[in-house]
Design a protein around this ligand. Structure first.
Ligand code: FAD
Length: 408
């Protein structure tokens, strides 16, 4: 692929940049909300409201869902145009961060597996910024082995009654809708008895308990579900066929975690090194060159995924490679930045740049876990790219009820 903009892409970039200059605040402006905040007293609700306002502005300006079909409220453009817009947007003090789950994961899943009614009801609203979505997949006993989930949904009249517990649910407190996996048949093998639901987060029986992280923020929560009623119309795909929908969501999640434009992180690191005179140090220079190389590889991996997307190829192992590489890249970048900062790297609220690098450093371990751990991505690469023998799986053919997990 050609890495330079085509004339049409250059024109699109110029148009996007001009519109952003007229509508978005610059980086460093007092209203810049592009990167959260080190101070945990700034509530996540404020950040959510800022993202919603910006998403509405994008929608009204015709820049929401750039690569989504027009029939769903999108612009009907190319995936490369969406990528160009994101690159330009990342230079301003704005973000659509809280819509990462909605636009990056729920949207593609509903486009592929949803009914026409679900598509018309939820997709345009997502692009207007009306709805914030969360993902209720992981459970205390089901993370990497997600298909072992035990939250159950029982058919009752014209709906379902759901009982169980979810955990690590990002932005659960500020979402009005969620995607939920629940077991609807325990008498078939574990992957074959799961159903994918849309959950209205204001339904009675939902108890959200925030979990505080090392940064002081409570980004995710435990969610307890006690006889929560879900209408039958909220089933996505087939009853007991939820695993296929979950795979669509999860491969898009890997791409979403690592897919945004990350150029700014390397540029900030270089700026920091220059400001501290660290570029004169041969070891730092070597590590900066290493960071730049990784940054370039990440960019090219992003292009590879973009190419697959533009050909309509479903995302598979490419997303795992990208996510794995990004998790390692960000860990090394943040560690180098704090070394360059020296003792100042130990500061928090008073740290330079609103503790940008401190926050990246503390968040880095979570990137190795969210969206599938590094070890799980290695398994995907081993099996799907290198063709290595798969891990032994003893519970594929037995019913969930008979499997070891059901007995614990
Ligand atoms: C910041 C963050 C946000 C998140 N947001 C959400 C969210 O919004 N919604 C949601 O549903 N979930 C969310 N998660 C949960 C995330 O998907 C899980 O934490 C992840 O899938 C790992 O599951 P687990 O925590 O149960 O760990 P486990 O699966 O118990 O893994 C424990 C350890 O065992 C290793 N391991 C497990 N199986 C294998 C194997 N087969 N081979 C080799 N090693 C293995 C793992 O790599 C890990 O080191 C979030 C997590 C984080 C960190």
């Amino acid at each position: 692929m050609d890495f330079d903009d085509t004339p049409a892409e250059a024109e699109f970039r110029a148009e996007a940049r001009a519109w952003l200059q007229a509508h978005a605040v610059p980086k460093g402006h007092p209203d810049d909300f592009s990167d959260g905040h080190a101070d945990e007293s700034v509530p996540e609700a404020v950040h959510t409201a800022n993202c919603q306002r910006w998403q509405r502005t994008l929608h009204d300006g015709g820049w929401a869902g750039i690569a989504w079909p027009k029939v769903f409220g999108g612009r009907g453009g190319k995936p490369m145009e969406a990528s160009i817009f994101n690159q330009e947007q990342s230079k301003f003090g704005v973000t659509t961060g809280v819509f990462a789950i909605a636009h990056g994961m729920v949207g593609p899943t509903l486009m592929r597996h949803g009914t026409p009614e679900q598509q018309q009801h939820y997709l345009p609203a997502m692009l207007r910024g009306d709805d914030v979505w969360c993902q209720l997949f992981s459970e205390p006993g089901a993370g990497s082995d997600l298909a072992s989930l035990s939250t159950k949904a029982v058919r009752d009249g014209d709906g379902w009654v759901v009982t169980g517990q979810k955990v690590w649910t990002s932005q659960a407190e500020h979402s009005n809708l969620g995607i939920l996996l629940a077991r609807t048949d325990a008498d078939v093998p574990k992957h074959k008895g799961i159903t994918y639901f849309i959950l209205d987060m204001s339904t009675p029986g939902i108890d959200i308990r925030p979990l505080r992280q090392i940064t002081g923020h409570a980004h995710f929560s435990e969610v307890f579900l006690d006889e929560v009623r879900i209408p039958a119309a909220n089933v996505v795909g087939e009853v007991n066929g939820g695993w296929a929908c979950a795979i669509t969501t999860l491969s898009n999640e890997r791409a979403a975690i690592s897919g945004s434009d990350r150029g700014k992180e390397f540029n900030l690191l270089l700026e920091l090194a220059r400001e501290r005179g660290a570029t004169a140090d041969a070891v730092v220079r070597q590590r900066l060159a290493d960071s730049w190389t990784r940054h370039q590889i990440l960019t090219f991996l992003g292009y590879r995924m973009q190419t697959a997307l533009s050909k309509g190829t479903p995302m598979g192992a490419e997303a795992s490679v990208l996510k794995l590489f990004y998790a390692e890249h960000i860990r090394r970048l943040a560690a180098l930045a704090l070394e360059i900062e020296g003792p100042e790297g130990q500061l928090w609220r008073d740290a330079r740049g609103d503790a940008f690098w401190q926050r990246r450093f503390l968040a880095a371990p979570s990137i190795k876990i969210a969206g599938g751990t590094n070890e799980v991505q290695h398994n995907v690469l081993g099996e799907r790219i290198l063709g290595l023998p798969p891990e032994p799986r003893t519970d594929r053919e037995v019913s969930f009820r008979e499997s070891l997990r059901a007995g614990t």
